[in-house]
Design a protein around this ligand. Structure first.
Ligand code: CA
Length: 236
């Protein structure tokens, strides 16, 4: 699917001027509208004032670090967040995903990889997920409006959390295997990356299940995959 880059605005929060300028150049050449912030305070201010499709977020930032920005960036209108970090540690990666990052890129990275990750995230944002309303337990999932309500109260999901839920909700009661979910939500290059999937399933359960440790609606089906179960009592 073609992704229209010009309608997407990207904020870069990076204190390393050389890297920031380089990223800015690469993305501008590709047609994106770019805003840059050199520290965490500026990034927070811009996030509050303008709307962006993507935030490229360095973890080690002056004044307010990337972890704090990530933890604070909640709500339905927040951009998709790609963390760029010098730390290649798997625990940092899981922590970033757990805090709401949509992807994680380890420095140093090349321009083609950066652009590919951005395209993948934008593709996820742009793809419609069908229509219809799925009700299970105390959840009401509206696939056309891209909203989920629990007991009548809207639950805010990140763009990636929503896509994962929508993949399950378009096949209610059916097991969707891990590879399919990884390919559809993150892209085919991610089909081995079950960490992403586990982390996001956990995040969805924390937001949507009464007891996330004993989930009722978002079920794990052995090693196969996951299922959105249709239950008729309010048990999620
Ligand atoms: Ca830095």
């Amino acid at each position: 699917m073609a992704v229209s880059v010009r309608s997407h605005r990207i904020l870069i929060a990076e204190d390393d001027a050389v890297l920031r300028n380089l990223i800015q150049q690469v993305l501008a050449t590709d047609g994106y509208a770019i805003t840059a912030a050199s520290d965490g305070r500026e990034a927070k201010r811009l996030l509050g004032e303008e709307s962006f499709s993507i935030l490229l977020l360095d973890i080690g930032l002056p004044f307010i670090d990337g972890w704090t920005i990530l933890a604070d960036a909640t709500g339905g209108t927040r951009p998709a967040i790609i963390v760029i970090s010098a730390r290649g540690d798997e625990r940092d990666k899981v922590r970033a995903l757990d805090l709401g990052a949509d992807d994680y890129l380890t420095k140093p990275f090349g321009a083609p990889e950066l652009l590919a990750r951005i395209r993948a995230v934008l593709r996820r944002l742009d793809e419609g997920e069908g229509s219809g309303i799925v009700e299970t337990g105390d959840l009401r999932i509206d696939l056309a409006k891209r909203t989920v309500h629990r007991n009548g109260i809207e639950v805010r999901l990140s763009p990636t959390e929503w896509l994962l839920l929508a993949e399950l909700a378009v096949r209610p009661g059916e097991v969707v295997d891990q590879r399919t979910l990884l390919a559809k939500v993150w892209g085919s290059q991610y089909i081995g990356d079950t960490n992403y999937l586990r982390t996001f399933v956990l995040r969805l359960r924390r937001k949507l299940e009464k007891d996330p440790v004993h989930p009722v609606c978002i079920e794990t089906i052995g090693r196969q995959g996951y299922r959105l179960s249709i239950v008729h009592q309010a048990r999620c």
